[in-house]
Ligand binder design. Sequence first.
Ligand code: ADP
Length: 168
Amino acid sequence: MPSRLAIYPGTFDPITNGHLDIIDRAAELFDEVTVALAVNSQKAPLFSESERLELIRQAIIERLGHRTNIRVEAFQGLLVDYAKDKRACAIVRGLRVLTDFEYEFQMALINRKLAESISTVFLMPHEQYTYLNSTIVRELARHGSVIDAFVPPCVKAALETKFNLTRK
Ligand code: ADP
């Protein structure tokens, strides 16, 4: 049987413990998971593409080092084209709160129209991460708040460097 690959796409600006929770659950369910950084020239992310890729890779080593079935790469263009190229059977998305649902539902249906063979699979994170997103993490870090519960150590360090908040 061919190995079942799932794609987990996102902006990951930066990767958080919520993302890592979803990656862990996906890695348990599928033979392989590719964390796919969506390169979108219309967004102006805090971290560059290479910084985000490096942080995803480091965070996976720090937190999910026991998993051997996770890859990380960037992609451009339409997600379904990329997923078809990779022969993925699923696109994984995280569902946190009801407000995520409408957009995700719409995207899942459109993606199914474009690629019938690829299913969108929604995973719920542990409830402690349901309120967490990268925007909140960036704002907290910008104002010097404690973010230890929200991101892995490598991301905390990168945010401190970015905002020049390293304290003695
Ligand atoms: P965000 O700014 O919402 O973190 P991303 O594009 O990086 O945006 O998110 C990629 C995917 O990860 C989306 O499916 C999103 O719903 C999911 N996700 C983001 N944060 C969490 C979280 N805390 N728990 C579960 N899923 C999450």
